[in-house]
Design a binder for this molecule. Structure first.
Ligand SMILES: NC(=O)c1ccc[n+]([C@@H]2O[C@H](COP(=O)([O-])OP(=O)(O)OC[C@H]3O[C@@H](n4cnc5c(N)ncnc54)[C@H](OP(=O)(O)O)[C@@H]3O)[C@@H](O)[C@H]2O)c1
Length: 296
């Protein structure tokens, strides 16, 4: 029973590979050069040859600001690539777990977003991911779309790594305090996906559809940055104190707008698939311990 993974070199992809290896879970893990998900024929051929028990799509165009200037590429990967995988999965009767994002929402809700809330993406990236979700829904009944937010982990570029780099260069950081969300550890997403895989292959689920999964508790970038500096000092990654000043979104203009509220309500996934670790502080400690070990 093999798991087929696309986007294997990404933050989440690398963690899925690591946990699959730890669990002796057979996996065919393909990065972009192994399988470009925008190549319709290649996708079908790989799926037919591999005959996996499940496909996980961790491949995506994730450059939120750059997407504003290259929308065609963002849509090709996030909409058409997802559609290709769903099409191939449908033709071969294989379930697909597809990752999506809080950026499908506009962030104006006063409470965490439910799966049933109306989407209204405010940028190209969010729009392309929404159309990717729709491409999956239209082509394949046996799908799980998991929306995650503010992903961080050992591999790739992310907010935690940026804060650590800046904290080594500057005595004071200025970080946005008026955007709220749940930082989600790539290792926690990987553990969730491998558990979903076990539940699916044991036929313990017929609960196909869309789910939210994000780190807890909900926080803001500023408070998260303070936790990164504090934990970095505790784990010996940072060797000096750094002050983190709160600023507003207006003080830090970016090419793409970000939702002010990225919080996802995660009760549905817990009700259908059971509880899964999602405390971001635990994830942060694990990440920084691993980085410290790598650096030693
Ligand atoms: N990062 C976040 O903060 C965040 C937040 C919410 C949701 N998500 C979603 O979570 C999922 C995983 O994100 P992540 O943070 O792990 O992303 P990531 O680190 O950017 O990894 C995405 C991977 O997809 C690969 N890729 C790009 N185009 C491809 C193509 N045409 N065919 C095959 N592979 C391709 C990339 O390869 P190259 O490096 O070679 O381009 C990269 O290795 C995505 O669906 C993303 O939209 C992420």
């Amino acid at each position: 029973m093999t798991l087929l993974l696309t986007g294997a070199d990404g933050q989440v992809g690398r963690e899925i590979q690591r946990l699959a290896l730890q669990d002796d879970q057979p996996i065919v893990a393909l990065n972009r050069s192994g399988l470009d998900i925008t190549d319709t024929e290649a996708v079908l051929q790989v799926v037919q040859e591999t005959q996996p028990a499940m496909i996980v799509n961790a491949a995506a165009y994730t450059a939120v600001d750059k997407a504003e200037d290259e929308p065609a590429l963002a849509f090709r990967v996030n909409r058409d690539g997802a559609g290709n995988l769903a099409q191939a999965a449908g033709e071969t009767g294989i379930p697909l777990v597809h990752l999506s994002t809080d950026y499908v929402f506009d962030g104006t809700s006063p409470r965490p977003y439910l799966e049933t809330d109306l989407v209204a993406p405010i940028g190209v990236y969010g729009h392309s991911k929404w159309e990717g979700e729709e491409a999956v829904r239209q082509r394949l009944h046996h799908h799980l779309i998991i929306r995650v937010s503010w992903v961080f982990g050992v591999h790739g570029n992310n907010f935690v790594k940026t804060m650590l780099r800046l904290a080594r260069e500057q005595d004071a950081l200025r970080v946005v305090a008026d955007q709220r969300g749940g930082p989600t550890y790539a290792g926690h997403i990987a553990a969730l996906i491998l558990d979903l895989y076990r539940q699916i292959v044991n036929q313990a689920t017929t609960s196909w559809g869309t789910y939210h999964f994000c780190g807890s508790p909900i926080t803001c970038w500023h408070a998260f940055a303070e936790a990164i500096v504090r934990t970095g000092r505790q784990k010996g990654i940072l060797d000096r104190p750094v002050t983190v000043h709160p600023i507003t979104t207006a003080d830090y203009p970016t090419r793409a707008r970000r939702p002010a509220n990225s919080a996802l309500d995660c009760r549905k996934i817990e009700a259908y698939f059971g509880p899964h670790t999602k405390a971001w502080q635990t994830g942060l400690e694990d990440m920084l311990e691993r980085l410290a070990k790598e650096a030693a």
